[in-house]
Design a protein around this ligand. Structure first.
Ligand code: AMP
Ligand code: ZN
Length: 495
């Protein structure tokens, strides 16, 4: 599989450290607020990547952190303590806030068919490991204590800016530093590993440490959680593009300094979801959630399809028009699948393999999910039988996770229920009507024909199709039949 690697800035062949096995790490959510659909775009694309690796035969172990520890916004100890702000806003403790929004995040994931990674670690459960790592970094002379805080010394590295683009990144550091310079740092890019002196004096969560009571810096959690759960060699590290600098840059700095060798070989970054007003973020701008999509009548899986329709390395602009056309496309696709016959012979292996290869080709090409969705339409158009089509759609949906066959089955059942209801209504109308013949000696064939027309006329009247009812009365009259209507009964005579 070719997959773009931010580290090499090329589409590399994805080759894990240990053949057949993939160790995958995902930067998890900050849990002081609901996830917005921008965050969830990143998690959807990571989910597709994980599922595709499994589909391709890899044994994947995936781990994710939950950022439930207070200070989150920057290395420079500027900004605000978002956890505490959330707690005050909602009159809850910081841990109650973390629990509530972690559960809300998982609920959103479930609605979007995002599989929760098998290992999920809240940062607050790993503080002893952070402390151990920081101790080792100090021992190895990569970290220093200054004005009460422990900093990572970036000047000790040959290449701190591993992802290149130093100018833009320098500028980003400059901007933050410009707001409030941290005099305790030796170098502009040094970052905090442990705070004891912070502008947030009323920090709620604090732990004892060799450097005094305090709390961890912003980046150490991902390094420690990854190292403890996935080992020394990581194959794949994922996150939104905003994580590349400084968060991932700092993760690499401290992990490799700690280990003494290269750490993660492949960096996967998803570009942002924007609105017409700019980037969607938790702290500013338009904030759209899965619940809001549902309130507006969209199945969350329509949003998943919306995301799959564009490449993860392009920023994606959200619009309601885009959601509407995706909703229509999803419904049409599902009804085409519903029209496939559920028992249409054996799978045709030649066409199965050829169409499966098309799907793999799209995904192997830097996770081209839009082409992978097109492969579903190719299956519907292909010259093969419905058993093969259904088997392929089930197979692709292990990765796309759009519930295609389940949704189609619902449509089929709904169509069947509607047809059954109509039949039952007709049968009930038939059964209720008492039809009596007042003329003796009518032959049974004529009698059957006349009474069928009488019942049809009664149904037409019930359906308020009076033109049809009148036409039937005329037809009966031309046969010499006269009718006498009563409530729930018709009697007839024949000349
Ligand atoms: P957060 O909970 O804010 O730390 O973000 C969780 C994940 O969402 C991270 O991987 C971020 O890089 C990513 N992210 C944040 N904003 C966006 C956005 N507008 N579009 C896509 N991903 C985003
Ligand atoms: Zn992280």
């Amino acid at each position: 599989m070719k997959l773009y690697n931010t580290l090499t800035r090329t589409r590399d062949d994805f080759v894990p450290h240990e053949p057949g096995k993939v160790k995958m790490y995902t930067c998890g959510p900050t849990v002081y607020h609901f996830a917005h659909i921008g965050n969830l775009r990143t998690y959807i694309m990571e989910d597709v990547l994980e599922k595709y690796l499994r589909w391709s035969g890899y044994d994947v172990t995936r781990c994710m952190n939950i950022t439930d520890v207070g200070h989150l916004t920057s290395d420079a100890d500027t900004g605000e303590d978002k956890m505490l702000k959330g707690a005050r806003r909602e009159h809850k403790t910081v841990m109650e806030i973390a629990k509530f929004y972690t559960d809300a995040f998982f609920a959103d994931c479930e609605k979007l068919n995002i599989q929760i990674p098998e290992i999920v670690v809240p940062a607050t459960s790993y503080v002893d490991k952070f402390i151990h790592m920081i101790e080792v970094l100090i021992e190895k002379d990569y970290a220093y204590l200054s004005a009460g805080n422990v900093y990572f010394d970036t000047s000790k590295l040959d290449n701190y800016y591993v992802f290149g683009n130093q100018e833009a990144e320098d500028l980003a550091v400059g901007v933050r530093e410009g707001v409030e310079a941290d005099e305790a740092k030796r170098n502009k890019t040094d970052f905090v590993l442990w705070f004891t002196k912070s502008k947030f004096e009323d920090q709620e969560l604090k732990w004892d440490s060799p450097w005094g009571v305090g709390y961890p810096g912003w980046h150490i959690e991902c390094s420690a959680i990854s190292l403890w759960n996935l080992g020394e060699y990581l194959d794949l590290h994922c996150g939104g593009i905003d994580n590349a600098f400084p968060h991932h840059t700092n993760e690499i700095a401290q992990s490799e300094a700690y280990l003494g060798h290269p750490w993660c070989s492949h960096w996967f970054h998803v570009l942002h979801l924007n609105t017409s007003a700019g980037k969607m973020s938790k702290s500013s701008g338009e904030f759209l959630t899965v619940s809001l999509l549902e309130e507006k009548g969209y199945d969350p899986l329509v949003y998943r399809l919306f995301c799959l329709g564009s490449h993860y390395r392009k920023s994606l602009v959200f619009s309601w028009e885009g959601m509407d056309s995706t909703k229509t496309a999803y419904q049409k696709l599902v009804s085409r699948i519903a029209a496939l016959s559920p028992d249409d012979g054996e799978i045709d292996t030649a066409s199965y393999d050829a169409l499966r290869a098309r799907f793999a080709e799209a995904m192997d090409n830097d996770l081209n999910t839009a082409l992978a969705v097109t492969a579903v339409y190719d299956v519907l158009k292909a010259k093969t039988n419905d058993a093969t089509r259904r088997a392929l759609i089930a197979d692709f949906d292990r990765v796309l996770s759009l519930n295609l066959l389940e949704a189609a089955e619902k449509v089929r059942l709904a169509q069947k229920a509607a047809a059954d209801a109509q039949k039952a209504a007709h049968a009930a109308a038939d059964a209720d009507l008492v039809v009596t013949c007042l003329t003796e000696g009518v032959d049974p064939g004529t009698r059957e024909e006349v009474e069928a027309l009488i019942r049809e006329r009664a149904e037409a009247k019930k359906a308020k199709d009076f033109a049809r009812a009148d036409a039937l009365r005329d037809q009966l009259a031309s046969m010499g039949v006269t009718l006498k209507d009563a409530k729930g009964a018709v009697s007839w005579e024949k000349k």
